[in-house]
Design a protein around this ligand. Sequence first.
Ligand code: GRF
Length: 197
Amino acid sequence: MKIAVFASGNGSNFQALVDYFRENKLPDTFEWLFCDQPNAFVLERAEKLHVPFHFFSPKEFSSKREYEEKILEILVEKEIELIVLAGYMRIIGPTLLNAYESRIINIHPSLLPDFPGLHGIRDAFAAEVKETGITIHYIDKGIDTGPIIHQETIEITKEDTLDSLEAKIHQIEHQTYPKIIEAVIKEMQKVEEEKND
Ligand code: GRF
């Protein structure tokens, strides 16, 4: 399966995904990295990993629709079948949602529906909850509301600082996201095969 990753920042999850699929010699390939920020570190990672990439921002277009139409044009040209969001800090609009229904997956650093939005880790830490975690889910038109695929729980101990909690969350993300994407792909292929039988 041909996969695209969308990211806006550091790209540690993008790196974990590509490393895992390559180390395990999985047949699925990361064909494209799209980034909406010109200076994001994820672009350096893509270059080193030899994953083709583009970056452009909605500011360069007269509407979000036109921005997403440009992205869609590249997705179609590259025959991308699955979009994996890894720290992509924008809401996916109807242009991409309609074209990739149930084929856009996101990772969020909290146990949704708790602490949606931009600061899932910080908000859980500030709320002094005893546990938080990560959620992998399909994208729908809401913010962090799509159907949940998988969650992992992490305890917040008295010794935890925001930094240590962030480190724990990222470690679990890197361990979990690639395996869940692998499982989702297998499931998609099974459904496809059953349809063709
Ligand atoms: C991750 O914590 C992810 O859950 C959230 O954005 C962060 C991206 O980190 N959606 P990175 O860019 O993959 O290092």
